[in-house]
Design a protein. Structure first.
Length: 315
């Protein structure tokens, strides 16, 4: 039986020093491609290599091509306000949070953002500031929806049609039909959470909440502390195929409503209960971005009925 001769095989095209140079190139510019690194290497050393050896050297150096995490920009004022808010609510228990109705609007685009640009990073560093891509909005045709979640309950999904949400529409279509019903069903401890959108902060909206005896939870920007953001993420991933197949509004609206009704309440309960960990995480990061994608997956894994859904998303 023949055995492979020790030391046989193709000789490496780069030296250890050149391997370190390739890895350092991606540390200086994380958004450079393997081909661009190969071109830079040729210009620096005069030695020509293809992108495949470059990718192998980068993997050997612990760097992998991954899509950057997308967050909205955080200013210094945002960080200060978030840190102050989290410290004020650090002592809230799960029973306190169980009385809060977390609400939010979300836009579902008819053309998905593929985010094909990748960065080179180490494993477990997705949420470091240098690996985050900040983005404000998606300039495409989209559908806005509104909903609220809390422990042992949720609102119906509201599809905002025929224009944008205004203060008066917020009162007529959201507060009276949805929020006031929850206020009467819960108790005097009921707390309503909405974000700092302009239509939410009008005097008429505040007068409506005061007249109904609804306590509003002051909320810092941006929205990653809001548990319903995880529901949008998980629900939106499940609707990705629906978005691709339904390029008109009416079928997509029907799919949005049907999938919202199918969501398990236990999943929403797990997401709401994660607010305690979010507050602790935000304090630890001094008001910075929290890894709420990890929190959403953790909530999924604690609910056995959703594990098959998670497997389909990974495939």
């Amino acid at each position: 039986m023949c055995s492979r001769r020790h030391g046989g095989g193709r000789v490496r095209s780069t030296t250890p020093a050149e391997d370190r140079y390739i890895v350092q190139s991606t540390k200086r510019n994380r958004r450079t491609t393997a081909q661009q690194v190969a071109n830079q290497f040729l210009a620096a050393s005069g030695k020509q290599i293809s992108r495949k050896p470059v990718a192998r050297r980068l993997r050997g150096g612990g760097r992998y091509a991954r899509r950057p995490v997308v967050y909205v920009p955080l200013t210094r004022q945002h960080r200060t306000a978030r840190l102050k808010w989290c410290r004020e609510h650090h002592n809230w228990t799960e029973q306190d949070w169980a009385c809060v109705l977390f609400s939010d609007e979300s836009r579902f685009s008819l053309s998905s953002d593929c985010r094909r640009q990748q960065i080179w990073r180490e494993s477990g560093t997705a949420y470091r500031p240098e690996n985050i891509q900040e983005k404000d909005r998606y300039p495409t045709c989209n559908i806005m929806v509104w909903a609220g979640i809390m422990i042992n309950g949720r609102t119906r999904l509201l599809v905002v049609v025929n224009g944008t949400m205004t203060g008066q529409r917020y009162i007529d279509e959201v507060l009276f039909p949805h929020v006031c019903l929850f206020r009467g069903a819960v108790s005097d401890k009921f707390v309503f959470m909405d974000d700092n959108a302009t239509c939410h902060r009008t005097l008429d909206v505040q007068d409506c909440l005061d007249s109904e005896g609804i306590q509003r939870l002051v909320w810092p920007a941006p929205p990653d502390l809001n548990p319903i953001e995880n529901v949008w993420m998980l629900w939106g991933g499940k609707l990705l195929v629906e978005t691709i197949l339904r390029q008109t509004r009416t079928p997509l609206i029907r799919a949005l409503t049907e999938e919202w009704d199918k969501l398990h309440q236990q999943l929403m309960d797990n997401v709401v209960q994660s607010i305690v960990r979010r507050v602790e995480c935000c304090i630890t990061l001094h008001g910075g971005h929290i890894p709420y994608l990890y929190l959403s997956l953790r909530c999924l894994l604690t609910f056995r009925c959703i594990v098959p859904f998670l497997r389909t998303q990974i495939k």
